[in-house]
Ligand binder design. Structure first.
Ligand code: CP
Length: 313
């Protein structure tokens, strides 16, 4: 049973909770692989994806996950809603709440926005990415993929390479992986490594080659140009040379190591096309597993709904 009504981040989430989510996702993956992608688990439940930033994978996988479980899935985006008329996040959230929404899934450019929303509504809130803070469902699907492909997470060496400062994916993976007993090495240009990294129980490594050497998993991060106020690296060519996932760099990892990337991919920048499409790459599996993990979360968060007058609602 998850401890909170919401999933706002993996900071402070226990290994037991992560195991429960991943075990449930394993069952959900069987449904996705079958000819009849339909279960009754969300019958009578409704979810709304509330996205103030663009998305392909996260938003669509939540919507599909809901539909595969017979729930009602709706979406609003900032540009097509009353947000464009100046409505606040809290007023928007309360409006959706009194319509009877069971789960709100929020992506927002401000770190902490889902936490604010969760305090204002009865519905469960899932963080689908808040600013540079966390993207917990991405890290869960990453860990699911590692566990599925490598048999477990404890004891793995995971190298995370790139723009860590702006990466909510990196932050959630660091929290989740360390809770699960993996060791994490991060590397990136000094301008893209936040100063607090040392306190997170991970290795900060100057050279990407050293971080990748003997790793079981190599995760490239997207260069987030939309969050950079000024140029943080001299040129794309130099970035690729020192921090890009190239065939030469991946060859330093352990034999059979996984290559991961949360997407969308800037081909030829943080990862070459050859590596992104290589046998070692599990980028497509990450996307498939995203649906299973989100099905698991929708299931677990609706299952623990409180009782009213002794009757389960
Ligand atoms: N990985 C990820 O969050 O992708 P989207 O922006 O397409 O949702």
């Amino acid at each position: 049973m998850l401890r909170s009504k919401d999933l706002l981040g993996l900071r402070g989430t226990s290994a037991e909770e992560i195991h429960e989510i991943l075990n449930t996702a394993e069952l959900m993956k069987v449904v996705i692989a079958s000819n009849n992608k339909k279960t009754p688990h969300l019958q009578g439940k409704s979810i709304i994806t509330v996205f103030y930033e663009n998305s392909t994978r996260t938003r669509m996988s939540f919507e599909l996950a809901c539909k595969y479980m017979s729930g009602t899935a709706s979406n609003i985006s900032a540009s097509s809603s009353s947000v464009a008329k100046g409505e606040t996040l809290i007023d928007t959230a309360r409006t959706l709440d009194v319509m009877g929404t069971d789960i709100m899934i929020l992506r927002h450019p401000m770190s902490g926005a889902p936490h604010l929303m969760a305090k204002s509504v009865k519905a469960a809130v899932i963080n689908a990415g808040d600013g540079v803070n966390e993207h917990p469902t991405q890290a869960l699907l990453d860990m699911f993929t590692m566990r599925e492909k490598l048999g477990g997470i404890k004891g793995l060496r995971v190298a995370i390479i790139g723009d860590v400062t702006h990466s909510r994916v990196a932050r959630s993976n660091i929290y989740g992986l360390t809770a699960m007993g993996a060791s994490v090495a991060v590397s990136g240009p000094p301008t893209m490594l936040p100063p607090d990294l040392g306190s997170l129980g991970i290795d900060v490594v100057g050279s990407a080659d050293d971080a990748v050497r003997d790793a079981d998993v190599v995760m490239g991060l997207r260069i987030q140009l939309e969050r950079q106020k000024k140029g943080l690296f001299p040129s794309i060519r130099e970035y690729r040379r020192f921090f890009g996932l190239t065939e030469e760099r991946i060859a330093l990892a352990r034999r059979g190591a996984l290559v991961m990337h949360p997407g969308p991919v800037n081909r030829g920048v943080e990862i070459t096309t050859e590596v992104a499409d290589s046998r070692e790459s599990v980028i497509d599996e990450q996307v498939t597993n995203g649906v299973a993990v989100r099905m698991a979360l929708l299931f677990l968060l609706t299952r623990q709904k409180p009782e009213v007058g002794g009757i389960k609602v």
